[in-house]
Design a protein around this ligand. Structure first.
Ligand SMILES: [Zn+2]
Length: 661
């Protein structure tokens, strides 16, 4: 009987034979098989040199009825080959998401003759053209096809948000700031407009703007519409700031004197916080509409803002989203003037890297919420509720157990800026670098205040970091080390470790030290705050902290596309929640609660009844044509999150939220 070692050694010999045989076969196949396709020539990278001549860009906005924008662009050229780019990576979206498929009807001519274009086989945003001998200009005609369906796009019969990145091509091989454009716009009759671009001349509904470099043009979108009001928020003649409001109806433009004061305070408080400004004039481009979608996109000297039509007319309804203007305004300092080095690119087709978005977006979100409170746009109590809600959502969302916060900064690229939505958001935790960073920066702010015995705060960092080069809007980039260095100058501490633990490591613990150090604790009870009762319920009311799902409950001020079936639609199921464990999915519709037809009231009553008994909450759900009954064991009540004061500890949160004198 052969020994075991014989078997072992014979197996080794056989394995070695097999490897040699397979290698021989594979190499034979390789030499006889197809050869890999040669890599295409790369599109030329940008160089810091001027593009000779000026691009004439004529955009016709008159066909808003069909959401079709007609474009004529004249490009100075020499004969030879040229590659034209449709902008792909847009600042503020942090992703390669500008939809090139919406650009159609491209016809190129030179000296009146049509010439062919070829799209790059690898880069779908690049178009190769051979310019014929003797041609000194190319004329391009094409259309930008904006989304037709209401609320999917930003153009209606009464309003248009014109983003120049949708309506132009530009040459590869040059820094964007070295390509000059001369933009012209034809508006629908009777429409007014607002933009941070300077007007050269206006003839009826045709507006000619002063020449601008491409980077400024793309950073200067334009709002136009029928119903328009300009509100002056300037704090002095040398720093004009305007709220340019466009609305579906004229009465939605009405702003009360109190509301005006809150918005003006926002400008005052931001200027005090940063002790600087980086714009000649700032325009909040602001659409109030239930027919086009909302928006928040930062620019250096303006922002594209959009929310519901009742912004001024039902003030309490908008508390949840009230930080929109403050957030975008803070971006003029954090994101536009100062920008993470990996996010500063030389043209709009160079990939960006999002690593420091927890500063670019996260610190902006924190100061957006803080300035919203300092200006009176939200009360102190509302602000505390907002912070409590952020932490409570993380306590109900286990995504933090697998994914470091920093990895979520890749989400705009992964999801193509939200085009691929997350069905299990509490587990995938896509955009957590916004709200979680609020908690991290509150943690840092209170740490500075504690270590310095109240002598220093994060405001000192904000002044040192963003308050440089007053009146300049030439971007100054920063790195992680720059951030740590300035924080150390304000208050010596191991800030590098502080952020590495909270941002770059998996940390299951929700970062709530900022609450503790502020003199508050997170509590849950059955009391719903007054402002929450005014929220738009058609978009989904969250029961994340109790049953573990969110449900559309109708009755909102605006209706989504699918609204006739929206009542009871489950819009989210929290991972590992009672709803999750019962097998619920975000495509279900809630039909009945404890054998009663679904309404928000019956659902709340059922949760309160279960708090006082051992009986589960029984739900009847519909999924496609199937009806399903589930029973959720959940006896903790409604569990609305609030911050509760811990007496005899310093109230640092109220200090943070108090206006700067
Ligand atoms: Zn932002």
């Amino acid at each position: 009987m052969p020994s075991r070692s014989f078997y072992r050694s014979s197996r080794v010999v056989f394995a070695a034979f097999l490897i040699v045989a397979l290698t021989t076969i594979c190499s034979a196949q390789d030499s006889a098989g197809p050869q890999p396709a040669p890599l295409p020539a790369p599109v030329a990278g940008p160089v810091d040199k001027p593009y000779p001549g000026t691009f004439a860009l004529k955009v016709d906005l008159t066909n808003v009825n069909q959401r079709v924008l007609n474009v004529r662009e004249t490009i100075p050229v020499n004969s030879g080959s040229i590659t034209l780019l449709y902008p792909q990576w847009l600042p503020g979206t942090h992703s390669p998401s500008n939809p090139v498929g919406a650009m159609a009807g491209l016809v190129v001519t030179a000296n009146g003759r049509r010439i062919p274009w070829v799209r790059d086989r690898v880069n779908m945003w690049a178009f190769h053209i051979d310019v014929p001998q003797g041609a000194s200009a190319l004329e391009l005609n094409f259309q930008y096809l904006a989304p037709v369906k209401p609320r999917q796009g930003r153009i209606s019969n009464k309003f248009a948000d014109l983003t120049w990145n949708s309506v132009l091509l530009y040459p590869a091989g040059y820094f964007a700031r070295r390509i000059q454009f001369s933009p012209e716009l034809r508006l629908p009759e009777g429409w007014k407009f607002a933009t941070s671009l300077d007007v050269k001349s206006q003839n009826g509904n045709v507006v000619q703007f002063k020449d601008v470099p491409l980077n400024t043009l793309i950073d200067s979108p334009l709002y136009a519409g029928i119903n328009y009001k300009r509100v002056d928020l300037s704090t002095g003649p040398d720093a004009p700031v305007y709220l340019d409001v466009f609305a579906d109806q004229t009465e939605q433009l009405d702003i009360t004197s109190e509301e005006f004061e809150y918005h003006k305070n926002l400008v005052i408080q931001a200027e005090k916080l940063f002790s600087s400004r980086h714009y000649d004039r700032y325009d909040f481009l602001f659409s109030l509409s239930d027919s086009v979608g909302g928006k928040g996109l930062e620019h250096h000297q303006s922002s594209e803002d959009g929310t519901r039509a009742n912004y001024f007319t039902d003030w309490l309804a908008g508390v949840a989203g009230r930080a929109l203007l403050a957030h975008e305004y803070v971006h003029s300092w954090n994101g536009k003037f100062r920008r993470p080095a990996d996010l500063w690119t030389t043209n709009f087709n160079v990939p960006m890297q999002n690593d420091l978005l927890w500063v670019y977006e996260g610190l902006t979100d924190y100061y957006g919420n803080v300035l919203t409170a300092r200006s009176g746009l939200r009360t102190l109590e509302q602000t505390r509720d907002v912070f409590a809600g952020i932490a409570a959502n993380f306590e109900a969302s286990p995504g933090r157990t697998w994914r470091p916060l920093d990895d979520t900064t890749n989400q705009p690229i992964i999801s193509a800026h939200g085009a691929r939505p997350e069905e299990w958001a509490s587990w995938q935790r896509g955009y957590d670098y916004y709200p979680e960073s609020d908690l991290v920066w509150l943690d840092a702010d209170t740490k500075i205040r504690e270590l310095s015995n109240g002598q220093k705060s994060l405001d000192d960092f904000a002044r040192l970091f963003f308050g440089i080069d007053n009146k300049s809007y030439v971007t100054v980039t920063y790195t992680f080390d720059d951030l740590v260095k300035i924080l150390n100058a304000v208050q010596p501490f191991d800030w590098a470790s502080f952020f590495r633990i909270r941002v770059y490591q998996v940390e299951a613990q929700v970062p709530e030290d900022g609450f503790t150090r502020s003199g508050y604790r997170l509590v849950y009870n059955d009391t719903e705050s007054e402002w929450m009762k005014h929220m738009d319920r058609s978009r989904g009311i969250s029961f994340a902290t109790s049953l573990g799902f969110a449900v559309k409950a109708g009755g909102g001020v605006a209706q989504d596309d699918d609204d006739d079936t929206s009542d009871g639609s489950i819009t989210g199921v929290w991972w590992n929640s009672p709803a999750f464990k019962a097998g619920m999915t975000p495509d279900m519709q809630l039909k009945a609660v404890n054998d009663q037809s679904f309404s928000l009231a019956t659902l709340r009553e059922a949760i309160l009844a279960a708090e006082k008994s051992n009986a589960p909450v029984k739900l009847l759900l519909k999924r496609g044509k199937e009806y399903i009954t589930v029973s959720l064991d959940c006896h903790g009540g409604l569990r609305y999150p609030h911050l509760e004061r811990v007496e005899s500890t310093p109230d640092r949160l109220d200090e943070i939220l108090a206006p700067i004198k």
